[in-house]
Design a protein around this ligand. Sequence first.
Ligand SMILES: Nc1nc2c(ncn2[C@@H]2O[C@H](COP(=O)(O)OP(=O)(O)OP(=O)(O)O)[C@@H](O)[C@H]2O)c(=O)[nH]1
Ligand SMILES: [Mg+2]
Length: 407
Amino acid sequence: MPASTLAPPAQPKTRTRGRSPSGIPRYRIETKFSPKSKKFKPAKRDPTPDAPAGPAPKPNGAAQPNDEAHILVMGPSGSGKTSFINLASNSSLPVSSGLKSCTKEVAVSEPFQVDGQRVRLIDTPGFDDSSQSDGDVLANIAGFLAQEFTQGKRLHGILYFHRIADVRMGAVAKKNLVMFQKMCGEHAYPNVVIVTTRWNEVNTLVAESRESELRSKDAFFRSIAEAGAPLMRYGRTEACTQTIIRKALERQPVVLTIQQQMVVKGKKVADTDAGMRLQVERMDSIEKCKEVLKGLVQQIEVLKEGNDTDGLKGLEGDVRELRDKVRELQEGNPRLISRQNSESWELVVASPSGVENFETPSLLAERVPSFASDEGDADPPIIGALPLEPEEEDGSSTSTSAERSSA
Ligand SMILES: Nc1nc2c(ncn2[C@@H]2O[C@H](COP(=O)(O)OP(=O)(O)OP(=O)(O)O)[C@@H](O)[C@H]2O)c(=O)[nH]1
Ligand SMILES: [Mg+2]
């Protein structure tokens, strides 16, 4: 049975990005949001304070498709999310055996049955994807979740994948976990099942010791586990997928923090807890790169004084690499920068009795800010201010990032 996207009902303004190389349709909300658009009126009232946990009110006029349980699957790249989904649902979403990240966009499995309950699993890309920015990953997942919420679809559970074979929880694993926590919110922790994979790759005693560390340490899964989320071992059998899914189905559906913040409060992705976290990380990375660049520039001055051409050549490569990294980080920023005064970001007006004036999914898609928007505010140029600009004969290296992107 081929995997397919969960095709929402008629959505003239929501476009998918066609098909993946394997021919499987992708789910991708392509939203080109224009802050200048006056098409949508801003909310007149501020929404209610933090929306409560638990089932959300029914969108006006939309039937709640409560015959189908949706389970979100998240975790770092290569942790085994798609393999699990394929085995559980008999889907054939692409799985990578190489070093590159595989899943690029949110994809929904074919429906399947667990104890008579119709289920769909929602596959997601991991953060620190080798081919796209974290901002793009967040925009993709957030856009999908916002649309699910607006369509009245609720998440029964969230599976978070972690490789038990990993010797330590590195920066990438940590980033994925933090982003996951920010997107979910603490109130949703009881709906989480932590799935550990690759037990066959490590000595069982070692793996068990890691598992207990993961469960008990603040820096790892402690807060989620203490809220009631079990750690479950995945053994790559269909029966095992069913046991794990059954656990996720025990809970009542939940609304994630990012869904509340975008749909109920009308926040743009960049202003959600997850979006803000990403911006902090990005700024930190830029600062770190700038510090290293400063050191390199000093070294270059010394080498220049000593006429050390070989040494200079060696450093040139390092400088170019760092400059590219800064440029990449810097160019991501305008797309995440908040536009506090933009009227058009509001999606929904909430009333004390619930959520009113739900818009159609197509309108929502139009209003979910796109990180691909080129209309963001520009950051102060960091690269242009650097004293070192490696010269190339064609002069291309002296163009600014803005010039490059417009070229
Ligand atoms: N040994 C072992 N390999 C696994 C397990 N689960 C998945 N794999 C392999 O790990 C590789 C990556 O698996 P995927 O399912 O693509 O991982 P993913 O989390 O979807 O990765 P992205 O799509 O990049 O985010 C594939 O080669 C799988 O066959 C497991 O439990 N044990
Ligand atoms: Mg995948």
